[in-house]
Ligand binder design. Sequence first.
Ligand SMILES: [Zn+2]
Length: 289
Amino acid sequence: MDNALSREIDELAAAAISYAASHTRIAKIAYPPNVRIAVNFTADFDTMLLRRLMNEPPQQLAKGEFGGRVGIWRLIELFDSHGVKATVFTPGRICELYPRAVQAIARGGHEVADHMWEHRVPKEPDLERDHLLKTSAALERLTGKRPVGSRSSHSLKLLQENGFIYVSEHSADHLPYYQQSNGATLLHLPFHFAIDDAMFFSYAWMGSRNDAQRITDPDRVFDLWWDAFMHQYRQGGYLNICLHPFVSGRALRIAMLDRLIAKMKTLPGVWFPTCEELARHILAAGEAH
Ligand SMILES: [Zn+2]
């Protein structure tokens, strides 16, 4: 084997070892008695902040405004009608744009968690800290509670130092696991893009061409997500469904989610906690061992 190839293989092996070392599986997720599966409904209250940073045209950005004006309220109503407690990952700037919606989410007993200041994590450590603290303070001002969860790539150490107990950002597993980095450990509540509304219902996604649009029939998404749910239900697993108010807040998609939640509720042992509730339960059970 030539030297360059062998060096490349060594580097790959080192990367795999360090990746494995940052990921600790939980041997058995201990759910409360009679619970078979935890389903986290999570919503990223983005209103296309990311696209604003990318200077997308007003016609595109207006879709985000729909999320703040209409979509988020429809989602709150949907969750409340089913007694489902959801987690809404909220960028700090949303507190300036849609304060009443953020208050209503918290008033309904749903969790408001961090989703960066303006949907990006700065590379400069001081600015990164500033964004995280600014977001936590803005959310606390409206909800009366500091966030303990984040959907972001903020450094685990910074999150842990500031009282965060979990992250929900990656797809590295299908069950909750512990993620380590630089001496910090946080619980990770994974999701997957196959259970993310934006992957099915996005028109003009990130400057895509007309022949690349993905407006999927909601019934098709219902079938896919129901199958994903049943797959996890059979093995006593976990499901994190990622929604966006400007995507799922559209009427036919709300109707699809309504049917999906109603059908999930027909089975015994389905638990709909907030991410915080689930994280606290898993962490407490871990300590008890
Ligand atoms: Zn987002």
